[in-house]
Design a protein around this ligand. Structure first.
Ligand code: BGC
Length: 759
């Protein structure tokens, strides 16, 4: 922070002026303070493209916004698993904001995909916190390299749209720390977004805009967040209370009510001026950061950004099925049929506040035609109506006729806005009935059917058996058409991998029984087990696993090497392996590293993603990949310790192509250097004491008599009975072998050992 300037401004401001800086001037700007030369800060949506409105009032009509590049939405981009690509897109977005005079782009979103029903999943990256955090970090660093800010959102647990402004997400501490907050933590520590947006909902009872634990304690004190906390639009309950607990800026304007509450609270002593200053400083800092752009040349090439959008779409598409190498298609096929209303009206972005106006949109049919050689022909048929689910017999017949005479058929289907958008959740995981039916109808007359999906979140695929090829294109942005043609005809080799599990059906999803919850209460009963953490721990076969995606080439993994087999939690572990492209085309592979805790005091998922790398390899080429893991890769959040803890014990290092396809593995032993001072009392059991490595050696001297009596009744049942009995009962049951004095002596020693080690 340029503290001197900020402090100087602050010293010259009245209470009223300070209060006004903590609230919006209108829908998209902060209040300026002309007297001191403090400008307004302009914020606009995000995340996958700039929605720049000329006026600063509320306006839901996207046609009134200025054209900008529409990149693929977050669920697509995360499938690229490509940090460099995300940074490149961030840089392009930053340049477009600079050109448009926008100081802060509202995004990216790192809420996790607890359920595929969340209507806004398309705007979020993944079900996994590490992947989400890494993607967000790369994006933010790109945008902010242009001296344009970002707003990491929606902090926290905004995992559904239904009743999003009042719902209370009831989440146990470990799930909160290890999943939902972890994505934010990685992004905050790795990229320091200028702002973070507090969510509409409540978490464990308190509104996210007035949540001392989430804002002051965790975000600012523990993670060292240096930016400003801005409320989601209209998320503030009582502004003075927000400022007291860690919020810095209310958006949009609350017509003066918010600032008035601050003034009143300061005058009554309910809010200290120090807390207010703290918020104002963070808002002022935004003005200084934005000022760094003055004089920075505008260097914004929309044509280049369009090409980047096309490249990004191709890198994000996931090839889910490719029976008998149906893809890539030969460019010399006589006739290809392209079917679906989504050919002419492609679904390239989601609905709601992120919806923006593209500079141009690739024409899918033209892009496919461009690939075809002399003498090849493309036929188009609409196939289905987009605005309803009824089968249109005439359209179906036309599509069947086109399909019958072609050598291969490409059918584009997906989720129209009525099925998936900000503001409402999905009710099921199906694509519209008439779209599923057209796939079936075409398959009756054509063997080579390729289905292309345009959706923001997983769908069930009971129709998959009718398709030889399936491409998950997600919401691919304005370059979708060109990218699709590149993938279908092999000018780009598919390299996307799912950033979320595709379930077989809705009832098999982890939060099925707890989504959307009851009234305003949404209990996260599945705890730590969302996404692959659930499917893999329960051994439930999904439709397509997390991390899965096919390529037109193949890869071989070998020579796993770990620099240590035994190490302490203060050391790092280096993991190396070789990957070879064993096919005949250049391709990219994402190597995934998961860690499995073999035995743990607390319940843990079967495995968790802790590192990944994407690498490009020519045919026959091999490269060495290296990962470095530290304590956090092995740790869980210990609610008792209130800290991350990596327990002594064995861990498997698993290297794979998806969470379900592990190719190499090795076991390591970690030694914890944290000694936990547990306290024992008369209700503790022998097994509690035995499990504590500090206490275990002293037990025998007190329980010698007990083991003798145990030998007399040498059944396993008795042994367990004795071990798990509270110590107080042992006195009664042991007939003098373990006296009350011995019990007190044992407790005294066990508790003092812990205290000594921790002093
Ligand atoms: C959304 C935010 C968005 C804001 C401004 C809210 O309704 O939740 O993501 O940035 O509006 O449009």
């Amino acid at each position: 922070m340029e503290l001197t300037k900020v402090k100087e401004w602050l010293s010259l401001m009245t209470l009223e002026e300070k209060a006004s800086l903590c609230s919006g001037k209108d829908y998209w700007r902060t209040n300026a303070l002309e007297r001191l030369g403090i400008p307004s800060i302009v914020m606009m949506n995000g995340p996958h493209g700039l929605r720049k409105l000329d006026e600063f009032e509320v306006n839901f009509d996207v046609s009134d916004s200025a054209p900008a590049t529409c990149f693929p939405s977050a669920s697509a981009l995360a499938s690229s698993w490509d940090r460099e690509l995300l940074t490149e897109i961030g840089v392009a977005l930053g340049k477009e904001c600079h050109a448009a005079g926008v100081d802060i782009l509202l995004g990216p979103g790192v809420n996790l995909k607890r359920s595929p029903l969340n209507g806004r999943n398309f705007e979020y990256f993944s079900e996994d916190p590490y992947l989400s955090g890494e993607m967000a970090k790369a994006y933010i660093n790109g945008v902010q390299s242009q001296n344009v800010g970002t707003s990491l959102k929606h902090y926290a647990c905004n995992n559904k749209e239904e009743r999003r402004m009042t719902t209370d997400a009831v989440v146990e501490e470990r799930a909160l720390r290890e999943l939902y907050l972890n994505a934010f933590e990685i992004a905050v520590k790795g990229s320091q977004p200028w702002t973070i947006m507090s969510a509409y909902n409540r978490v464990n009872g308190a509104y996210c805009s007035e949540h001392p634990h989430l804002l002051n304690q965790i975000l600012k004190q523990e993670w060292g967040f240096e930016g400003a906390v801005v409320s989601d639009w209209g998320a503030v309950n009582v502004l003075s209370e927000g400022i007291r607990t860690g919020l810095d800026l209310e958006m949009p304007s609350s017509e003066g009510y918010g600032p008035a509450s601050i003034i009143k609270a300061v005058q009554s002593g309910a809010l200290t001026e120090e807390a207010l200053d703290h918020a104002v400083e963070r808002v002022l800092q935004l003005a200084l950061l934005s000022a760094k752009r003055s004089g920075q040349p505008i260097d914004c090439d929309y044509e280049r950004h369009h090409n980047l959008a096309r490249k990004a779409a191709a890198e994000s598409m996931v090839l889910l099925k490719n029976e008998a190498n149906l893809l890539p298609l030969s460019k010399t096929k006589r006739k290809i049929a392209l079917i679906g209303a989504m050919v002419r009206s492609p679904k390239i972005q989601g609905g709601g506040s992120s919806h923006m106006k593209p500079t141009q949109v690739d024409d899918v049919a033209a892009a496919v035609t461009d690939k075809l050689g002399e003498g090849s022909e493309l036929v188009y048929a609409q196939g289905y109506d987009l605005d309803n689910e009824a089968i249109n017999k005439a359209l179906e017949e036309e599509a069947r006729a086109a399909a019958a005479e072609a050598e291969a058929v490409i059918v584009i289907v997906g989720l129209p806005e009525r099925c998936e958008s900000e503001s409402y959740d999905r009710q099921h995981l199906r694509i519209p009935f008439n779209q599923a039916e057209i796939i079936r109808a075409i398959a009756q007359v054509q063997e080579r059917v390729i289905v292309v999906l345009c959706n923001g979140s997983p769908v069930e695929m009971p129709w998959a058996k009718h398709a030889g090829g399936i491409v998950e294109a997600y919401l691919g942005g304005q370059g979708f058409g060109g990218a699709l043609a590149d993938i279908l005809f092999g000018d780009a080799n598919p390299c996307g991998k799912l950033a979320e599990t595709f379930p077989v059906d809705l009832p098999s999803t982890p939060a099925y029984l707890g989504f959307p919850g009851e009234g305003d209460r949404c209990e996260y009963r599945e705890g730590l087990f969302i996404g692959y953490r659930y499917y893999d721990s329960r051994n439930i076969e999904p439709l397509y696993p997390f991390g899965f995606g096919l390529s037109y080439t193949s890869f071989e993994y070998s020579d796993l090497y770990l620099d240590k087999k035994d190490f302490s939690d203060l050391e790092t572990l280096t993991v190396r392996l070789w990957v070879r492209n064993t096919g005949v085309r250049t391709g990219k592979e994402t190597i995934q590293l998961y860690v499995k805790d073999k035995v743990s005091r607390l319940v843990r998922p079967e495995k968790e993603l802790k590192a990944f790398a994407k690498v490009e390899l020519h045919a026959g080429e091999a490269k060495e990949i290296a990962f470095t893991l530290d304590k956090r890769a092995f740790a869980f959040y210990d609610p008792e310790l209130k800290d991350w803890h990596a327990e002594t014990g064995e861990f498997d290092i698993l290297i794979g192509q998806s969470s379900r396809h592990i190719l190499l593995e090795e076991t390591v032993t970690l030694r914890s250097t944290t000694s936990i001072a547990r306290q024992y009392d008369r209700q503790s059991s022998l097994s509690d004491l035995i499990a504590d490595p500090r206490v275990e050696p002293i037990i025998r001297q007190f329980t010698q008599g007990l083991s003798d009596s145990q030998e007399k009744h040498s059944s396993e049942m008795m042994a367990v009975f004795i071990r798990e009995m509270p110590l107080r009962s042992l006195v009664a049951f042991s007939k003098g072998a373990f006296t009350d004095e011995m019990l007190e002596g044992l407790l005294h020693l066990a508790n003092t050992i812990g205290a000594q080690e921790n002093s």
